[in-house]
Every structure is written in structure tokens, then in C-alpha cells.
Design a binder for this molecule. Structure first.
Ligand SMILES: [Zn+2]
Length: 149
């Protein structure tokens, strides 16, 4: 499935879901795509800001080779230091609930437990389930055991 941002000649914007680029082309040629606002068949694709953002490459800094002594590396080191600092602040201000994280996050979300920031361990499945329930959780990637103290 791909999503195209579309617009009619009156500049009404809407999204269209298609199997493929070819599917879009053939539906357009057959007059099967109509503007949901005015019914116009004069449809064109418009650039999608969302798609441009989501397909943005990873920051060059992260992809840079560690051995190259360029300003890119300085930026990467700075970003890592900032992330580390943020992580420490987060961890220092969160109650450690360990393996009960998913359970406790739910209790807080449903106001069965006092509202506060918590941290702990959750499996990928638990994490996804929490997100699906609309509970705001944040996963810290690749923390070394020493970072948790
Ligand atoms: Zn229209």
C-alpha cells in the first residue's frame, strides 16, 4: 500500500491509498479517482511533506565513520553527550518499578496509581501494547547496565 497526497483543480487536498504507482496511474486514467469534496476528476499528485519527512535519511552524523576526524564527528559526539545527559535526568526523576513497568504504566494511565514518571523494563510486545492503548511511553535504546544507576 502506498499513500499519495492528491488535489483537484480547485485545490481540495485529500489522500488516496493505492496498491502501487501503476494502480494509481490506471485508476486516474480510468477516471476512478474523484475529489471527495467536489467530485472533480481533474486530480493530480502533490508533494507530501509527511512522506518527505518520514523518508529523510538518518542524520549524516550518525552514519559517519568514527575514524574520520571531521566536524561531523564533533556534532555526533555532542549529540550523544546531550542524549546521555537527557537520559540521566530522565532516570534520576523516574521511580524505578523494574519488571512491573507495563503494569504500573497502565495503572497510572487509568488513574489507579499516583501520577508520576516511572522507568523499568518492558518487552517489545508490552511496549507496543502500551502505545496502542494510547499510553505515552518512551523507549531508551541500548542502555548499558551501568547507565541505569
Ligand atoms: Zn475538489
Amino acid at each position: 500500500m502506498i499513500i499519495f497526497d492528491l488535489a483537484c483543480q480547485h485545490d481540495h487536498r485529500f489522500e488516496g491509498w493505492f496498491q502501487s504507482r501503476e494502480d494509481f496511474d490506471s485508476q486516474l486514467a480510468s477516471g476512478l479517482i474523484a475529489c471527495p469534496h467536489c467530485g472533480s476528476l481533474a486530480i493530480r499528485r502533490i508533494p507530501s511533506a509527511v512522506h518527505l519527512a518520514s523518508s529523510a535519511p538518518v542524520p549524516a552524523a550518525v552514519a559517519a565513520k568514527p575514524a574520520a576526524a571531521t566536524p561531523v564527528i564533533d556534532m555526533r559526539a555532542g549529540a550523544l553527550a546531550a542524549f546521555r545527559q537527557l537520559t540521566e535526568v530522565l532516570l534520576a526523576n523516574c521511580e524505578d518499578v523494574g519488571a512491573d513497568f507495563a503494569e504500573e504504566a497502565r495503572r497510572i494511565h487509568y488513574v489507579e496509581a499516583p501520577e508520576r514518571s516511572i522507568r523499568g523494563e518492558a518487552s517489545a510486545e508490552e511496549y507496543e501494547a502500551l502505545l496502542e492503548e494510547g499510553i505515552e511511553v518512551f523507549r531508551l535504546a541500548r542502555l548499558k547496565p551501568g547507565d541505569m544507576h
